[in-house]
Write a protein that binds this ligand. Structure first.
Ligand code: GTP
Ligand code: MG
Length: 180
């Protein structure tokens, strides 16, 4: 196979409605942020090319709907995923409690060959809100959850202030490439 072949990496972003999945992707790919909430319907993807070591990869990032009534994704959608990004809002406990469900749902639908080693990444978003005074999930608690799930990498982010977004997606790309 040609060494110049571009590698396509499929990444799926999951998490409760309103946690900022679309905003994180918009910040990462378009360097844009909007205060206005517009619910994602179904699923859509954006792509971003980046260099990892000497490899040029194309990240295909799938944004999904957090709202249940907009979820109509079949098993085929999850198949072939190289990495799963879970997102919660550090200011909303329910979004953290839902992670377990999103994690299990992904494994059930994607059915990866080796579920134990499949790469997940967790993002705790909206750390900018109220200068951090309204957060209800501590970094420690999030990291404990990640440790229990087999050492999932964890990033605290702000799509609004473009904090940690690039490093998070670089880690996602590397994890996806390693799994490819
Ligand atoms: P669904 O499409 O319904 O699943 O929601 P989503 O996870 O895509 O959330 P979305 O990106 O649409 O963001 C929801 C709201 O939160 C919007 O009003 C955003 O402007 C806001 N938001 C997203 N990220 C941040 C952030 O880091 N900080 C702040 N302050 N607001 C954010
Ligand atoms: Mg969305």
């Amino acid at each position: 196979m040609s060494g110049r072949r571009r590698t396509l990496l499929k990444v799926i972003v999951l998490g409760d409605s309103g946690v900022g999945k679309t905003s994180l992707m918009n910040q990462y790919v378009h360097n844009k942020f909007s205060q206005q909430y517009k619910a994602t319907i179904g699923a859509d993807f954006v792509t971003k090319e980046l260099q990892i070591d000497d490899k040029l990869v194309t990240l295909q990032i799938w944004d999904t709907a957090g709202q249940e009534r907009f979820q109509s994704l079949g098993v085929a959608f999850y198949r072939g995923a190289d990495c799963c990004v879970l997102v919660y809002d550090v200011n909303v406990m329910r979004s953290f409690d839902s992670l377990e469900n999103w994690h299990d749902e992904f494994l059930k639908q994607a059915n990866p060959a080796d579920p134990k080693s499949f790469p997940f990444i967790l993002l705790g978003n909206k750390i900018d809100v109220d200068g951090g005074n309204s957060r209800v999930v501590s970094e420690k608690k999030a990291k404990e959850w990640c440790a229990a799930k087999g050492n999932i990498p964890y990033f605290e982010t702000s799509a609004k202030e473009d904090y940690n977004v690039d490093p998070a997606f670089f880690c996602i790309a590397k994890a996806a490439l390693a799994n490819e």
